[in-house]
Design a protein around this ligand. Structure first.
Ligand code: XLS
Ligand code: NI
Ligand code: NI
Length: 436
């Protein structure tokens, strides 16, 4: 029985089509910069939002109508839901999905029961992957919902919580491997603090690093060769999360000797919560060689929390794709829609509209970014702007041949700095508008 009887397979109909259950820009086999859109974009559905989000908020219960959901949180229900997930993804034409252990299977009364529940669902997920060709972009473990993680998991004051989290991640890496997952994500969950009066910050951060070393070591032991990713987020649920932003995460990774093993999974709404733009976070990570994957969503200008809305802003997706293309793409990462429909959008068909919009926005961003790059005006401007570094004194400094004494001598002879040239910000903003 179909869960979405009213929706046919979503196909590309082109920009002129008025059908809102069709793609207007995402044309999977269209080639851009030598690769198909499908290869560039590697879209992924987030199981927690799309299959588990019910639309509850602090003021009211869930509103989502999901006729396939049973009454209880049983394994049987989880199996049925997994079939629905694959029907959804097949109709949507997305190539990947992501999950936390507890999204796909219910937690049991004991760790052993939880593991067995997970195994039963994973067996079905594997069958469905084989049937459809849809792949696992990444797996992760939910180390934040259960009350045992009230003080965090790897950074808890309670060593037992660290031990339980280790057992959970061990299993999550095993099932990610079993499903051919291409990455494994660490997002902090409750790894942070609410108040420094009760917190040994140094010890907690050391423990987080120890935890990641254990995970990396175990992956090696069992031959899981997916990419590990660390997902920055500055706050929420804690006041201060330890994985604050790209720069902070890269410092952590390098300080604890994890740089061979971990890259970043960068999320738009987390970037803005940190007071950055998404493109700042992508550029920072990309320029340091740590760009792994992205969680595509957007926040709201007027709301200061992680609203996880679907991205529809073409400026945003264009700037994302400019950075992603510049740093050679995301593989083995992808574009995961860590986004949820609004509480008021409670019908199943809204899930299609939401993902279609996000996929089209990124496809359009890809085409626009490729056009900007093909003409080369923007790149040319930047190259020219830094040309004083290509020869003469600039090249000497970059080449490590200058000293303070030689630079003083240079300036004593020259007298003053060459006249500066305009940054032309407004002209460049207008230039970008000519491509939209
Ligand atoms: C929460 C995070 C989370 C991670 C996966 O804000 O975005 O959903 O992506 O644990
Ligand atoms: Ni995320
Ligand atoms: Ni988030």
């Amino acid at each position: 029985m179909s869960a979405f009887p009213e929706v046919e397979k979503i196909v590309y109909e082109g920009p002129e089509s008025k059908n809102l259950l069709a793609f207007h820009h995402y044309n999977p086999d269209e080639v851009v910069e030598g690769k198909t859109m499908r290869e560039h974009l590697r879209f992924s559905v987030a199981y927690w939002h799309t299959m588990r989000g019910a639309g509850a908020d602090p003021f009211g219960v869930g509103t989502a109508i999901r006729p396939w959901e049973g009454e209880s949180d049983s394994v049987e229900n989880a199996l049925n839901r997994a079939r629905v997930a694959f029907e959804f993804m097949e109709k949507l034409g997305v190539d990947f999905y992501c999950f936390h252990d507890r999204d796909v299977a219910p937690e049991g009364a004991t760790l052993a029961e939880s593991n067995s529940n997970l195994d039963q669902v994973v067996a079905l997920l594997k069958e469905e992957q084989e049937r459809t060709g849809i792949k696992l972009l990444w797996g992760t473990a939910n180390l934040f919902s259960n009350p045992r993680y009230v003080h965090g998991a790897a950074t808890s004051c309670n060593a037992d919580a660290f031990a339980y989290a280790s057992a959970q991640v061990k299993k999550a890496i095993e099932v990610t491997k079993e499903l051919g997952g291409e990455n494994y994500v660490f997002w902090g969950g409750r790894e942070g603090y609410q108040n420094l009066y009760n917190t040994d910050l140094k010890r907690e951060v050391d423990h987080l690093a120890a935890f990641m070393h254990l995970a990396v070591g175990y992956a090696k032991e069992i031959g899981f060769d997916g990419q590990f990713l660390f997902e920055p987020k500055p706050k929420e649920p804690t006041k201060h999360q330890y994985d604050f932003d790209s720069a902070n995460c890269i410092n952590f990774i390098r300080s604890y000797g994890l740089e061979e093993h971990i890259k970043l999974n960068i999320e738009t709404n987390h970037a803005t919560l940190a007071g950055h733009t998404m493109e700042h976070e992508l550029e920072y990570a990309g320029s340091q060689g740590f760009l792994g994957s992205i969680d595509a969503n957007t926040g709201d200008l007027l709301l200061g929390w992680d609203t996880d809305q679907f991205p529809t802003d073409i400026y945003l997706t264009t700037r994302c794709m400019l950075s992603i293309l510049k740093y050679g793409g995301l593989v083995p990462g992808g574009i995961n829609f860590d986004a949820k429909v609004r509480r008021e959008s409670f019908e199943p068909v809204d899930l299609f509209h939401a993902h279609i919009g996000g996929m089209d926005a990124f496809a359009r961003g890809l085409k626009i970014a490729a056009a900007i790059r093909a003409e080369g005006i923007l790149d040319g401007f930047v190259t020219e702007r830094y040309s004083s570094w290509d020869s003469g004194i600039g090249a000497e400094i970059e080449g490590g041949e200058a000293s303070f004494a030689s630079l003083e001598q240079y300036m004593l002879e020259k007298g003053d700095v060459e006249p500066n040239v305009s940054g032309r910000q407004e002209m460049l903003e207008n230039l970008i508008n000519t491509y939209l």
